[in-house]
Design a binder for this molecule. Structure first.
Ligand SMILES: Nc1ncnc2c1ncn2[C@@H]1O[C@H](COP(=O)(O)OP(=O)(O)OP(=O)(O)O)[C@@H](O)[C@H]1O
Ligand SMILES: [Mg+2]
Length: 426
């Protein structure tokens, strides 16, 4: 596995202190053009993030680099459990603070050496995760920051999530398939995490990087959001949005945010809609290896509307028909509401949570296999083939593609982007 971080700003970090430096951070934020537009609707935040962080920072443990080196047997590749745009993630074992009691397992994320952007994301993550607290958000145990002669070291220590990420389970063929009920519970948990960030925490948090790889799964497959490096405080003082450089991940970021740089909590709602379609279809938001008409998940699913008889065609074959078709239709309708063009017409995350709870409570029906899709007049040739053979060409291609993806962890890095406002995304 190769780790690298992909960013535009290559300017160097100069003389950082070993703890998250709030003064430095707030300066860099204000330089990010926080123009905002007046509105009378949103309530002002009583205290800002920095203030809350000052109050809660002592809950985080500050690790020595040597402790984390020892915890991971010198960052042994055999203990590497993942790699993303920020750096590599290792499984490690640390001692309790008072050295009494049993050592426990943690996940340690290590920033790749160079880069101001990496440092900024690290500070942002420490600040947000140091402040927020919810059962559907991953716990940050502590951090380590060293500025040595040989460069900077930035690490984060999290609770260990035994079942990796939703992405791993949806797309990595070597991991067991998630059942329909597990999928519903996972998206419900993730929605509750987002609703807390948007509507319940003392400072409004816009997550900005909601995607299946950032939904981690604990030993009971409970969903917890991770990766707060791109999070932002929501608009305050009656403003409708924060104006900012556009960062996020291809395939998940809301088109209005990409076009205008105007960030609101509804940008996260869009991304949530994409993940709803991922759990229905078992397909990634963008898959370049597919035929052109199927490469973009949203374009493809539009051909099979939730109310149509052909809707079942989009469902993940790995579910092996073990799902409720009526619930699946409701999930697709909810996804469509999250994916409307105008951000203000998208539901709030608390409304999404309510809809998902209702869907979970609906009486389950059986999903009749192919016969449910019979009699579709305008069905593409391939759908006819599915009925006749049980396996479509695209399904075969998908299996091959997914097998390839599971061998290639580096692939995720290519999807990450960081572009400045106004740039076009293709
Ligand atoms: N706390 C954790 N416990 C267990 N595994 C984790 C934990 N955090 C991350 N991982 C594993 O490491 C992988 C990489 O995570 P990371 O957040 O670095 O990258 P990513 O989300 O895949 O991509 P990106 O950098 O684009 O957000 C995750 O998909 C997951 O499998
Ligand atoms: Mg991540």
């Amino acid at each position: 596995m190769k780790c690298f971080y992909y960013f535009k700003d290559k300017s160097r970090v100069n003389g950082q202190s070993s703890a998250p430096n709030l003064k430095y951070q707030s300066k860099s934020y204000t330089s990010e053009a926080e123009n905002v537009i007046q509105s009378s609707s949103s309530a002002p935040s009583p205290r800002g993030l920095s203030e809350l962080y000052e109050e809660k920072a002592q809950n985080l443990r500050v690790f020595k680099f040597s402790e984390l080196k020892q915890a991971t047997s010198n960052f042994n590749r055999l203990l590497m459990i993942g790699a993303g745009g920020f750096g590599c993630v290792y499984k490690g074992t640390i001692k309790p603070v008072d050295e009494k009691g049993e050592p426990f397992v943690v996940a340690i994320k290590k920033l790749n050496r160079d880069g101001n952007q990496g440092h900024k994301e690290w500070v942002t993550e420490v600040k947000f995760l140091g402040v927020v607290d919810h059962p559907n958000l991953v716990k940050l145990i502590g951090y380590c920051a060293v500025d040595g002669e040989r460069g900077i070291q930035r690490l984060l220590v999290y609770e260990y999530m035994l079942n990796k990420s939703l992405e791993d389970h949806l797309f990595n063929m070597s991991l067991p398939t998630l059942s329909w009920d597990q999928r519903l519970q996972i998206v419900l948990g993730a929605a509750q995490g987002l609703a807390y960030l948007h509507e319940e925490s003392e400072v409004q948090v816009i997550y900005r990087d909601f995607k299946s790889s950032n939904v981690l799964l604990d030993k009971d497959f409970k969903a917890k959001l991770s990766d707060f490096g791109l999070a932002r405080e929501g608009p305050v003082d009656g403003k409708t949005h924060v104006s900012t450089g556009v960062v996020g991940t291809y395939g998940y970021a809301a088109p209005d945010y990409i076009e205008t740089g105007h960030l609101t909590s509804k940008s996260d709602v869009w991304s949530f809609g994409i993940v709803l379609y991922e759990i229905l279809t078992g397909r990634r938001s963008v898959e370049r290896e597919r035929p052109r008409s199927e490469q973009k998940l949203l374009d493809w699913v539009k051909q099979y509307p939730a109310d149509s008889r052909k809707f079942g065609v989009i469902m993940d074959l790995r579910l092996e028909n073990q799902y409720s078709l009526s619930k699946a239709r409701e999930v697709a309708k909810l996804a469509d509401r999250c994916l409307v063009k105008s951000p203000k017409d998208r539901p709030k995350m608390s409304q999404v949570v309510e809809s998902l709870k209702q869907i979970v409570r609906l009486p389950a029906d059986e999903c009749p296999p192919a016969k449910d899709f019979e009699g579709i007049e305008d069905e593409p040739k391939e759908e006819k083939a599915i009925k006749q053979t049980g396996v479509s060409e695209s399904a075969k291609r998908r299996m091959e593609h997914l097998a390839k993806i599971s061998e290639n962890v580096d692939g995720v890095n290519r999807r990450r982007f960081m572009i400045m406002q106004g740039a076009k995304v293709i």
